[in-house]
Design a protein around this ligand. Sequence first.
Ligand code: PPE
Length: 304
Amino acid sequence: MIQEAKKIWMDGKMVGWKDANVHVLTHTLHYGVGVFEGIRCYRGVKGSAIFRLKEHVDRLFTGTHICQIEIPFSREEITRAIIDTIKVNGLEECYIRPLVYLGYGAMGIFPRDNPVKVSIATWPWGAYLGEEGLKNGIRVKVSSYTRHHVNISMTKAKVCGNYVNSQLAKREVIASGFDEALLLDTEGYISEGSGENIFTVRNGIIKTTPLTSILEGITRDSVIRIAGDEGIKVVEERFTRDELYISDEAFFTGTAAEITPIKEVDHRMIGPGKPGPVTKRLQSIFFDIVNGKIDRYSHWLTYL
Ligand code: PPE
């Protein structure tokens, strides 16, 4: 169960957690065209700070641009509202969920001039794939469901409806006893997890899928930059599931999942079946950055 906070920001007002309701004929509830974000705020050594807030707000706006939804607030107003929501809830560390959705008005798939609604919720959210997974790695299975085709779903936008595919995949692999689903693209190459981007390490080279048919993960971008700064080569190139099977290391990245090591894929151990040195090094730098311990990356943090 979600851990409740006090208030949720809805269309410019702070509303009590239990009163943050919508009409059952809310357009997005039926048809899935809405755009959301997932952001984390960390309690670091210099106080609470939001990780890469600008990039997340930008992606909310580019996502709605793709969906032809006009947010009735500016980027500055949304940024301010995110900070205010964390503060009003007195949270030092939390997950932040902005959502832009189409409200009550016309029914039918063409939403006409239904109002564009915005909400921002915050709640404490621990390790997405479990503390144990974060530390020792998770068990992953390639799903029988294929990831979005680039001309069917718009993967550069974090569209609510895109997550039907993620949920089908996740339910399938959980039922088989795995921790997370990995999806292949329409041509059979690795694309991404149900809510994460993926990286492999082989012979000291890091590889991740190109941006063609995946969400442009902000954690993915952070890892590429950190690796570059550490002098580790990163290649953005398509790869197959058998290349993943024989990689030395693999890990998922995401705001919720952070950097989660993968210890097994389809019953095959990855490397020795525990987090490898590159994964551990990147994970440790990442957590130092989000916790405000490395000045070089302080521009990625917005202090409350
Ligand atoms: N791919 C998908 C499909 C995805 O949903 C996410 C984030 C990512 C990649 C990584 O993107 P980024 O967070 O910018 O590094 N998934 C969000 C939702 C998870 C959920 O269960 O809800 C998240 O991590 O917040």
